[in-house]
Design a protein around this ligand. Structure first.
Ligand code: C2E
Ligand code: CA
Ligand code: CA
Length: 566
């Protein structure tokens, strides 16, 4: 039994070859040459050949095809094989005495040819083996080399071929380019998968055309991220223009889909190919929320910034351990009454580094967001803020009426334990949830809204109050807003700034205040710098104001002045 099993397995593993040859002697020679290593099917004419292909096509590893058959020409069989989806992967080696026909056959898709009279047996065997191996490899590669949706290379093969091209053209100057779609998730959710796929395919086609013209390679790295490695280009504006023109599709406003591009020109070939594209990606991200300039370039300035970020990452663990992070507080005032009244504060982190000095969050928050350190930092800040609330109420006697809002990064919202962590903190410090308000930036909602909204719902059911930060910069639709769990809208500072610039227009602020009224939540204006601004905002119906007009963010001891005044 075991014996027959083994032999069965052996026959199963053997590859099947079809010999199509009308001359008896020729056919027998070929058969004898290969039957030791392969299973063999024989056909004496074209129609027998077609019958075998029909019946056993899925098992065939190779066809040896004589061109001169009694009932048809071998070229017709070759054509048929090439055209039929189910069998066109089968390599064909043409057998012929006609030198002219050899070239023709290679042109129409034969893998190789064996001349007649037949060469040495070993040569025939080697060619057959080689052809089968090559085609099997091609089938395997063909399934994984390309991204199915766009037909561009996938990441692995892209890097592989990019390195191979470097090896062949070590002198040529190459650009590493990254192309991303802004707010892709939101587009996906709002306009559906079919539409998003259509956009991705369109970008794929254009990048394919670009590399066909300029040389180089293009790939879809994942989701909405594309990479191009091509000989140095001069006019990126033009490339960008070609890529983005009409990208939203016919009849669609241009603004649905916006691209951004990062270029690392004349990339340094001494660093790993992946790192070169990290730099291009960094350049793309440097223009993330800057629609006016959608193209970023990796230059010495960005390089310096990058090195600085890396230094900060290295310095982070010690900074947490040695408590180099300090929480500052900026008061928020209720401006509805005759006199502004302190109502809460925002906790804002600062890094006092023994060597680098005072570092504002703008220099490190986004870096820590990309590598996940933000979780630890925010945990630290939340705890510090909660402790401070506790300490104020203990030391300054009666319950301090103000709450403190802390910033919750979009990255924090992906932590499945966030709710438990925050509950742990308020419990540990003996304060109630509504004293620790959570500021969540509006753009977080547009990234993975379902997940984020679920998390925010959980936080809210746990008793926390949510302020939507930087409102007006994200892309929440009115529809989305009415289903969002929020307790206050915090107007993005930019609106206050532009509205009160010379010739500015407060129309946008008025609209947002109207939206807030519709939702029944108060509006907080931040970045209020002058009395005039404060009064104008108050007249427009704004409820709370925060900004340099009242105070900059200050250390806890200094903030006590506001508590005492109250
Ligand atoms: P944000 O949450 O929008 O904070 C408001 C920023 O505006 C603060 O900058 C504040 O100092 C500044 N600001 C307040 N009033 C005025 C004003 O009247 N005029 C001007 N020009 N600026 C004003 P800061 O402290 O540098 O923080 C920058 C950003 O860093 C914050 O923006 C927030 O997104 C982030 N951030 C700060 N601390 C934390 C933190 O602990 N965790 C997280 N995840 N992010 C934080
Ligand atoms: Ca904030
Ligand atoms: Ca803000």
């Amino acid at each position: 039994m075991a014996q027959s099993n083994t032999s069965q397995q052996m026959t199963d593993d053997r590859k099947l070859i079809l010999i199509v040859e009308d001359e008896f002697v020729s056919r027998e020679i070929l058969k004898m040459t290969i039957e030791q290593n392969y299973d063999v099917l024989l056909a004496e004419n074209g129609s027998q050949a077609l019958k075998h292909i029909e019946e056993s096509g899925d098992r065939l590893s190779l066809i040896l095809l004589d061109l001169n058959l009694p009932d048809m020409h071998g070229v017709d069989i070759l054509n048929m094989i090439n055209e039929k989806e189910e069998v066109h992967r089968i390599p064909v080696i043409v057998l012929t005495a006609d030198k002219e026909a050899e070239v023709e056959c290679l042109d129409i898709g034969a893998a190789d040819f064996i001349p007649k009279p037949y060469p040495d047996i070993k040569i025939i065997q080697a060619r057959i083996r080689h052809t089968i191996e090559l085609f099997e490899k091609r089938v395997i590669i063909g399934q994984t080399e390309f991204d199915e949706l766009t037909g561009l290379y996938n990441k692995e093969f892209f890097y592989l071929y990019a390195e191979r091209s470097d090896a062949h053209n070590s002198e040529s100057l190459m650009d590493a380019i990254v192309i991303d779609i802004n707010h892709f998730r939101m587009i996906n959710e709002r306009y559906g998968k079919d539409y998003s796929n259509e956009v991705l395919r369109r970008i794929g086609n254009r990048l394919g055309a670009l590399t066909a013209e300029a040389g180089g390679l293009a790939c879809r790295r994942d989701a909405d991220h594309f990479m191009v490695y091509c000989p140095h280009l001069d006019d990126y504006e033009k490339v960008f223009g070609t890529l983005s023109e009409g990208i939203s599709g016919e009849g669609n406003a241009e603004s649905i889909v916006r691209l951004r591009m990062g270029v690392y020109p004349e990339a340094d070939k001494s660093i790993e190919i992946e790192r070169r594209f990290d730099r291009a990606k960094l350049a793309a991200d440097s223009v993330k929320s800057n629609y006016a300039t959608p193209i970023g370039t990796y230059d010495s300035e960005l390089n310096e910034k990058n090195m600085y970020s890396e230094q900060l990452i290295v310095a982070f663990p010690e900074a947490i351990e040695k408590q180099q992070f300090q929480v500052y507080f900026q008061p928020k005032f209720d401006i509805r009454g005759d006199k502004p009244v302190l109502c809460s504060a925002e906790a804002l982190v600062r890094w006092i580094h023994p060597e680098y000095g005072f570092i504002s969050p703008g220099a490190f928050i986004s870096t820590f967001e990309t590598n996940g350190l933000i979780n630890r930092l925010d945990n630290y800040v939340w705890r510090a803020a909660a402790r401070q609330i506790r300490e104020w109420s203990d030391r300054l006697g009666a319950e301090v009426p103000v709450g403190v809002s802390v910033n919750v990064s979009r990255v924090d919202l992906f932590d499945p334990d966030i709710c438990e962590t925050l509950l742990g903190i308020v419990e540990e410090c003996g304060i109630s949830q509504d004293k620790l308000l959570l500021e969540i930036t509006e753009s977080a909602y547009s990234e993975d809204s379902k997940h984020i909204i679920d998390t925010v719902h959980r936080l809210r059911s746990a008793g926390f109050r949510i302020e939507m930060d930087d409102f007006g910069t994200g892309y929440s639709s009115l529809n989305m807003l009415t289903s969002l769990p929020i307790d206050a809208l915090k107007l993005d500072m930019q609106f206050v700034r532009t509205a009160f610039r010379e010739g500015g227009d407060t129309g946008m602020i008025a609209i947002i205040i109207e939206i807030a009224d519709l939702l029944g939540v108060p509006v907080i204006a931040e970045g209020v710098e002058t009395e005039e601004q404060m009064i104008a905002l108050k007249e427009m119906g704004c409820d709370i104001a925060q900004g340099y007009y009242f105070s900059k963010p200050v250390p806890a001891e200094e903030f006590e002045r506001f508590l005492a005044d109250r």
